[in-house]
Design a protein around this ligand. Structure first.
Ligand code: FES
Length: 104
């Protein structure tokens, strides 16, 4: 069976609600996004012109690219408006005690 492997990437205290934190996992930069609802994890790379998303605006269910304004659904990675059309990678998140873990 193909079991998911979760690895700890941050402490919950490091990412207060409304903030983001960039972590690196196996050479891939991932942005942890703590919205009002929960913590999401997405690839720190816009699918349009490959700019970093870490300084983008964060809302409950999306992050926007700071360069040309494309928005991405934090849950599915889907591009919500142009100029991006391709999705970004998203990662499953779980909280274990004070530890934020993501599935790789
Ligand atoms: S680089 Fe992100 S929308 Fe263009």
């Amino acid at each position: 069976m193909d079991e998911k492997h979760f690895i700890p990437v941050a402490r919950l205290d490091d990412i207060p609600t409304g903030t983001k934190k960039v972590v690196e996992v196996n050479g891939t930069e991932i942005v942890l996004c703590h919205t009002k609802d929960r913590i999401f994890a997405v690839h720190n790379l816009c699918s349009h012109a490959h700019e970093k998303l870490e300084d983008g605006r964060l809302r409950n269910c999306w992050i926007s690219c700071p360069v040309h304004g494309a928005r991405f659904n934090l849950e599915t990675g889907e591009a919500m408006n142009p100029p991006a059309t391709m999705p970004i990678n998203t990662y499953e998140v779980r909280i274990v005690g004070d530890s934020v873990e993501i599935a790789v």
